[in-house]
Design a protein around this ligand. Structure first.
Ligand code: HEC
Ligand code: HEC
Length: 293
């Protein structure tokens, strides 16, 4: 019968560190080889990396690394290639007659994608992400235009704005007057009924008849004899179902009593000025949204 040897955990082959706690000794096993080599490889990698790439922070900036690489530099280089690639199209667009751009598919495509990017950055906060507008900010998708829907009219609106305080060449639109200051309350009530009538909504017949006269006396100068509006003044068509501020009785009453004067910024002046090429491309983009004439 051989004596069962106590299982060795290497106590006899492996050195101890000399530490003992309550009789338990700490062995000094060597580190696994794979771990050790990975560790050395990491140190080597880090050393090489800090020489090649920006790494050590200094008082101002950091060590540049002998490759001279920086993410900012890489981005700038990429932008340069991109700009160089588009330079011929850009020059062409700057000189192009806007009405003929549609005959040049490559140029139109370039203008549309550049214009879409401009629109996303500068226009959606007022006109909405899909350009469908908001109360007081016109829908740019339909073919109902306050100031004209030809490419040249759209370009001029974007270039100089409407009622813009910063641009002397801004579109000269009179304000919609505040009739609460000049008309009697019953005249306002009746002219509102007349507007409901001509826009095909439910209305009070007696009041609307009286309102027709108030309208002829006070409103046709801007909105036209047929109330279909006047693009030279930016006076909206009042006979359709498209409203800048709203076509319900309460909103029309508010518009007539208090007046309105929407401001479209000028993009060729002021602090948020866009380049000529940006204005041209966003005009083409808007014209191409569906309502362009
Ligand atoms: C601060 C808000 C605001 C921003 C930003 C803005 N707009 Fe406007 N825009 C308006 C308002 C308000 C009107 C209507 C003016 C009026 O009442 O006649 C308008 C009118 C227009 C019109 C004329 C619509 C028509 O029916 O004739 C076009 C086109 C237009 N904007 C394009 C743009 C483009 C393109 C941009 C971006 C470069 C832009 N807008 C940015 C407020 C804005
Ligand atoms: C001096 C020119 C002028 C006169 C006169 C005038 N309007 Fe206007 N009206 C405008 C303009 C310009 C607008 C657009 C305001 C804007 O773009 O912010 C407007 C807007 C409106 C709107 C808003 C339409 C919408 O789509 O939301 C209504 C309603 C309206 N007018 C009714 C009247 C009535 C009723 C009268 C007569 C009592 C009248 N207007 C007289 C110039 C005029």
């Amino acid at each position: 019968m051989s004596e069962k040897k106590p299982q060795s955990h290497g106590k006899n082959q492996v050195e101890t560190t000399g530490h003992t706690w309550d009789g338990i000794e700490e062995l000094n096993n060597p580190l696994p080889k794979w771990w050790l080599y990975t560790f050395y490889a990491c140190i080597l990698f880090a050393a090489v990396y800090t020489v090649l790439y920006p790494a050590w922070p200094l008082f101002s900036g950091e060590t540049p690394g002998i490759l001279g690489y920086s993410t900012r530099g890489a981005e700038a280089a990429e932008m340069k290639t991109w700009e160089a690639q588009n330079a011929p199209l850009q020059t062409k667009l700057d000189a192009a007659d806007l009405t003929t751009v549609k005959d040049d598919p490559a140029l139109l495509q370039y203008a549309n994608s550049a214009g879409a990017a401009v629109f996303k950055t500068y226009c959606i906060q007022c006109h909405g992400a899909g350009a469908a507008g908001n109360k007081g900010y016109p829908n740019l998708l339909d073919d109902d235009w306050l100031h004209g829907g030809t490419i040249d009219a759209i370009y001029t609106t974007i270039q100089h704005g409407v009622r813009s305080p910063t641009d002397p060449d801004t579109r000269p639109a009179p304000d919609m007057p505040a009739w609460g200051e000049t008309l009697k309350p019953e005249e306002i009530t009746s002219v509102v009924q007349y507007v409901l009538k001509i826009s095909g909504q439910t209305f009070d017949a007696t009041a609307a008849d009286a309102g027709a006269k108030v309208f002829t006396d006070n409103c046709t100068a801007c909105h036209g004899d047929d109330a279909k509006g006047n693009k030279d003044m930016g006076a909206p068509n009042l006979t359709d179902a498209i409203w800048l501020y709203g076509g319900d009785q309460a909103t029309i009453t508010q518009t007539v009593e208090k007046g309105r004067s929407g401001v479209m910024p000028s993009w060729s002046t002021g602090s948020a000025k866009l380049s000529e090429a940006d204005i041209r491309s966003v005009a083409l983009y808007v014209h191409g949204l569906g309502g362009g004439q």
